[in-house]
Design a protein around this ligand. Structure first.
Ligand SMILES: Nc1ncnc2c1ncn2[C@@H]1O[C@H](COP(=O)(O)OP(=O)(O)O)[C@@H](O)[C@H]1O
Ligand SMILES: [Mg+2]
Length: 403
């Protein structure tokens, strides 16, 4: 493009308009028409404020007029309104054109379009604000989340506490039931123990009557003493059993072999009655420190289970073998083995669960092995396991010796 004059060059590269002293448009170039959306005809003769944007402050126009009327140049970035209502930004320079007499016949305004960069800046600013907002709400959201988490945590602690309490309570109930159950079994054992002395007493009573009639004072007295012995034995049996059920006994040192012998003595009559041969063997005498009564309870549970297992089986040479040995330097191993047919493989995993029983309701509570496991694990810090061997069940109890 060739420019003939300097003015032409300016007019072709900028947005140019001229107004008279009152602001009435006298000239617009085609760039002005293009950007404002008005035709030349519409613009010429109109007031320049045709492209004024309502957002722009009155004071800006006052400043503009004050400046140019005092024959100075005014520069600004202006917000304008196109015919179609769209917003455009222009950098504009307005100046008076002076004539020979130094009067102002007209003003010229030269602008260039800065809509894109300004809109971009505005968009950037908006994004920035959005980000700042997001940032501040983020903090708030994190705070709320943290609080929620904290609450949850608190609740969780509370819930765990409640659950633990519930479980402890359940365990307490279970052990109470198990206690009652084994007491029931014990009463059965006492009944067996008493069978013989009771019949003895019957015979003695008969004799007493006879010696009384015969007026045989010495034999009467002798029989009377025998009676007292039998009664003493009977009351001793009760003491034996009761001892093992009294709770809150302190830890004590005891010889395992002797305790097993005591348990054996309590069950002897029952076992004899059921024709079961209980044998106790030991490699050595082992002393442990702990709760004697609890160990006896475990043994009674295991022996009673074996005894019950024989009920299901008709066989000769029924035996329960208890073997005491040192598993290693620090562990005592008690093995209780029977030949009553063993535990069915499909239930062997379940026998230590509370209430698991294969017996009739009147015979089994399913608590014996559960309680035994509790005692061995929690109270004695040992372990108990079951497996089948040699035509019967085998239980292994391992307990630290703690010399
Ligand atoms: N020596 C054993 N031989 C065969 N089965 C056994 C033996 N000991 C335990 N069991 C099985 O384990 C189950 C659970 O025993 P336990 O917890 O003592 O409850 P309960 O004796 O009241 O049934 C028994 O019902 C029985 O089926
Ligand atoms: Mg049992």
């Amino acid at each position: 493009m060739n420019f003939k004059t300097y003015q032409e060059a300016i007019e072709n590269s900028n947005i140019v308009s001229k107004t008279d002293i009152n602001g009435i448009i006298t000239f617009v170039n085609s760039e002005f028409c293009k950007i404002s959306g008005y035709t030349k005809e519409e613009l010429i003769g109109s007031n320049h404020n045709i492209v004024r944007h309502p957002d722009v402050d009155e004071s800006t126009f006052k400043e503009l007029w004050d400046t140019i009327l005092s024959k100075k140049v005014f520069r600004t970035t202006a917000k304008n309104l196109a015919k179609d209502g769209s917003v455009l930004y222009v950098n504009k320079t307005i100046g008076p054109m002076l004539d020979d007499k130094n009067d102002i016949p007209e003003f010229i305004a030269i602008r260039y379009d800065v809509t894109d960069p300004i809109k971009l800046t505005q968009a950037l600013k908006a994004k920035e604000e959005e980000l700042t907002l997001l940032n501040s709400t983020l903090e708030e959201r994190v705070r709320v989340q943290t609080m929620e988490l904290r609450d949850l945590n608190k609740n969780l602690e509370q819930r765990v506490k409640e659950q633990v309490k519930k479980i402890t309570e359940q365990e307490r109930l279970l052990s109470q039931q198990a206690r009652l159950a084994s007491m029931g079994e014990m009463i059965g054992n006492i009944a067996h123990q008493w069978r013989q002395p009771l019949s003895e007493l019957g015979i003695h009573l008969y004799k007493l009557k006879k010696f009384f009639e015969q007026k045989n004072r010495s034999l009467f007295n002798e029989t009377y003493e025998d009676c007292k012995q039998v009664i003493k034995k009977m009351s001793h049996t009760i003491d034996d059993f009761r001892n093992f059920f009294s709770i809150n006994k302190p830890k004590e040192d005891f010889i395992v072999n002797e305790v097993i012998e005591e348990a054996f003595n309590m069950l002897k009559a029952t076992l004899r009655n059921e024709q079961i041969n209980l044998r106790v063997t030991a490699e050595e005498k082992i002393q442990v420190r702990g709760y004697k009564g609890e160990l006896v309870q475990v043994l009674i549970n295991l022996i009673t289970n074996a005894k019950d297992a024989f009920k299901e089986r008709v066989g000769k040479d029924n035996f329960i073998d208890i073997h005491i040995a040192r598993f290693d330097g620090e562990t005592l191993l008690i093995t209780i083995r029977d030949n009553a047919g063993g535990i069915k493989e499909d239930i062997i995993e379940k026998i230590f669960e509370p209430y698991f029983t294969t017996k009739q309701a009147s015979l089994g509570t399913g608590l014996g092995l559960y309680m035994s496991k509790m005692i061995v694990e929690n109270s004695m810090h040992g372990s108990i396991k079951a497996f089948n061997a040699g035509g019967g069940a085998c239980f292994e109890v391992k307990v630290p010796i703690k010399l």
